[in-house]
Ligand binder design. Structure first.
Ligand SMILES: Nc1ncnc2c1ncn2[C@@H]1O[C@H](COP(=O)(O)OP(=O)(O)OP(=O)(O)O)[C@@H](O)[C@H]1O
Length: 348
């Protein structure tokens, strides 16, 4: 299941030349206002015809020199900032709306209601729901149209922080349980960090970087674009066991780590967020520290005080001062130890 996009289009003020692949999972389309995110969504969903290109969804050509499928037959489910539900219909009727033209929607109804926790809401009308609940219904309705791609254009932008927090776990469930590619347009770094599996960074009508979130996050060149406070890395960790004091042992590409306050079962895969300013470096294996997580690493790159490290096949960033870089004589290839002061765990 994947989407492959390559198109060019000239607007009077901007020449767009966009190309990227979106595999299964959530692909975040991220970039400053006016960089071409909405135009890209419009080109994929068939609402605008690019000057040239090729857009393919699961081996089905949506657009190329010979083909330009109508939006209705592209099998793309859309969720926008405002839920756009029918106000006079109950939630159940809104959800059943796609079954008017789609056979099979009725069979999926229960599965989608369970997936998004909509059971308690079925008899309510949209006007009586919270913003987050309305968005869950909009996502359910989009899923019941049997899409091959789900496009979510700033789906949380109209919600306040507590509603955002309420809907996030549902979006994570969607990402982890539905095999569709999901294209997610957002201006919010925290949303991208929490939800995306793949990131496409756009600027001035072009894709400047694209790849797995883990790779994009640990690229020192991209730290300024994502915000220096957010610079860091994501490590994949597998739960190995629980120690008598309640600490959870996990294995990462860089070696074993200990986590506090985790209840995940053995074998669970976790995503660990390690911020660059929570990592300090030592040339020698440190002794007598209170920090529990000390991982052997190799310096890959040094950019001012931002040091990119290799831990096995994963990458991590450490934010230290340029003076410390000099004092420790850190350069590509230097073996060192990364002392991780704190870690947050994201569901995987
Ligand atoms: N129909 C049009 N005619 C001319 N120019 C257009 C048209 N549609 C978009 N543009 C221009 O193309 C550029 C990209 O617009 P687009 O809406 O795709 O950006 P965006 O990244 O989605 O921005 P935002 O984050 O603000 O929604 C902008 O400079 C916009 O002015």
């Amino acid at each position: 299941m994947s989407l492959s996009v390559a198109y060019r289009h000239a607007f009077p003020g901007l020449a767009l030349d966009v190309s990227f692949d979106a595999p299964g999972g959530i692909t975040a389309l991220f970039g400053p206002s006016g960089c071409g995110k909405s135009t890209t969504i419009a080109a994929i969903s068939g609402l605008m015809r690019p000057d040239q290109g090729r857009i393919v969804l699961n081996d089905r050509v949506l657009y190329d020199a010979q083909t330009n499928l109508r939006p209705q037959v592209r099998r793309i489910g859309c969720v926008f900032q405002d839920a756009r539900l029918f106000p006079h219909m109950t939630v159940a009727k809104n959800l059943r709306y796609p079954s008017r033209w789609r056979r099979g929607a009725a069979q999926d109804f229960g599965r989608v209601v369970d997936l998004l926790g909509l059971g308690q809401l079925l008899d309510r009308r949209p006007g009586t729901l919270s913003g987050g609940e309305r968005q869950r219904v909009a996502i359910g309705r989009a899923l019941l149209s049997d899409p091959a791609l789900l496009v979510m254009d700033e789906p949380l932008a109209a919600l306040d922080d507590s509603r955002k927090a309420e809907i996030m776990p549902w979006l994570e469930r969607l990402r982890d349980q539905v095999r569709l590619p999901i294209l997610y347009v957002s201006h919010s770094v925290p949303e991208v960090l929490r939800l995306a599996t793949t990131v496409v960074l756009m600027d001035k009508g072009r894709v400047t970087h694209a790849g797995p979130l883990t790779q994009i996050l640990s690229d020192p060149d991209l730290a300024p674009r994502l915000g220096t406070r957010e610079a860091g890395a994501l490590l994949t960790a597998t739960v190995q066991g629980r120690d008598p004091d309640g600490m959870t042992r996990v294995m990462t590409a860089g070696g074993p780590m200990l986590l506090q306050g985790i209840t995940a079962d053995i074998g669970t895969v976790l995503r660990l967020r390690v911020l660059a300013h929570e990592v300090i470096l030592s040339r020698d294996a440190p002794q007598g520290l209170s920090a529990l997580n000390i991982l052997p690493a190799t310096v890959l790159r040094v950019d001012g005080g931002l040091v990119q490290l290799a831990l096995g096949d994963e990458r991590m960033l450490a934010q230290i001062t340029p003076r410390s870089v000099e004092a420790l004589d850190l350069k590509p290839g230097t073996a060192c130890h990364a002392i991780v002061k704190s870690v947050s765990v994201l569901p995987s």
